[in-house]
Design a protein around this ligand. Structure first.
Ligand code: AHM
Ligand code: MG
Length: 334
């Protein structure tokens, strides 16, 4: 990549004034995420070379086997943000409870909390498929200088200050928004620098890809079944093509570039869906909306849902605006 592309560091400095509360704290936070992303990228790339793939022998709060790289990614992000004393609290998909960051200096009381899925889709690592980190940032609602409480984390997604993801794929990218559009940066691994490669990313209004785990078809609600059939029928621009990696970040990243809809509906097996509102759906929904797309639980805008618990799950439909609207029509009709 030529030097005519801006680096992420340059972009952060340039855009600092567009942040609503421009004290530089959010810029420093994004910078810390950038650093942790590079460390995790290095670990992910080594997977298979050393004995770090496979389950770590622990299960997380959702009762799923935790992969070793989940643990590494979780620890990397937490320690980077803790050492730099850059947030007042962290909630992670891999931790049962939120973490309070202690020891904030009197004159520097951090106002942001970070929520994350440190390594989403980690069951794909053993088979060399792309995985990702998802993050979400809010201003705390409790007074600065006091320990964070659950209220600081249970905020509706529309109050996010920033959100983003890192995709560890054929190339590694960091994509994020601070509420002023979505920009994507590609890592040049030779020099460890992210360059602006995808400025102002936009979902096409309509696309030709639908992404859903069709193995669960029989368990889906009637509206989802009908919508899937609609995707497969002949019509304007249809049948659509089916693409499902099973790695949320990769599926949404591809759909944002090419146009498409991603669905993880509820089913008779998983009555609330699988994906977590706070760690996966809210940050992805902010990105999707900032890129001109739409994100809903089938009926309600994801960003308007008031969370009730840290590890809450919701059905998730997101992507090209007209496609998600269509899916919603089927949901309400059947
Ligand atoms: P994880 O957080 O345990 O990795 O699960 C989330 C992943 C998403 O990346 C992906 O879209 C989905 O689970 C795939 O689930 P399924 O295998 O049920 O289709
Ligand atoms: Mg996940």
């Amino acid at each position: 990549m030529s030097r005519k592309n801006k680096t992420l560091g340059e972009f952060i400095i340039e855009n600092q004034t567009s942040f609503q509360y421009s004290s530089g704290e959010l810029s420093r936070l994004i910078n810390s995420i950038r650093l942790a992303a590079k460390v995790v990228n290095h670990q992910v790339n080594k997977a298979g070379l050393v004995d770090i793939t496979g389950a770590a022998g622990e299960t997380n709060i959702q009762g799923e086997a935790q992969q070793k790289l989940d643990v590494i990614a979780n620890e990397t992000f937490i320690s980077t943000l803790t050492h730099r004393n850059i947030v007042c609290g962290i909630a992670s998909e891999e931790n049962d409870d939120f973490i309070t960051i202690e020891g904030q200096a009197e004159d520097h009381k951090n106002k942001y909390v970070l929520l994350m899925d440190p390594l989403d889709g980690s069951s794909n690592i053993d088979v060399n498929v792309s995985v990702g980190t998802i993050f979400s940032i809010y201003r705390r609602v409790t007074p600065a200088g006091t320990p964070v409480t659950l209220d600081d984390f249970l905020q509706p997604g529309r109050d996010q200050v920033a959100a983003g993801y890192i995709i560890y794929g054929t190339s590694t990218m960091l994509v994020y928004t601070t509420g002023h559009g979505v920009n994507g940066f590609t890592l040049n691994p030779a020099i460890g620098t992210f360059y602006l490669s995808h400025p102002r990313m936009q979902f096409p209004e309509v696309g030709s890809i639908y992404s859903v785990n069709e193995g669960n078809y029989v368990h889906f609600p009637a509206g989802v079944k009908k919508y899937i059939k609609y995707c497969q029928e002949e019509g304007e621009g249809r049948p659509y093509t089916s693409r499902y990696i099973g790695s949320l970040v990769s599926d949404i990243h591809r759909n944002m570039i090419k146009g498409g809809i991603y669905m993880y509906p509820k089913s008779s097996q998983a009555t609330k869906g699988k994906l977590r509102l706070l760690y996966e759906c809210n940050p992805m929904a902010l990105i999707v909306e900032q890129a001109g797309g739409k994100a809903s639980d089938g009926f309600t805008r994801i960003l308007d849902i008031k969370p009730r618990e840290l590890h809450e799950r919701v059905p998730f439909f997101c992507g090209s605006k007209l496609m998600v609207k269509k899916a919603e029509e089927f949901m309400s009709q059947y």
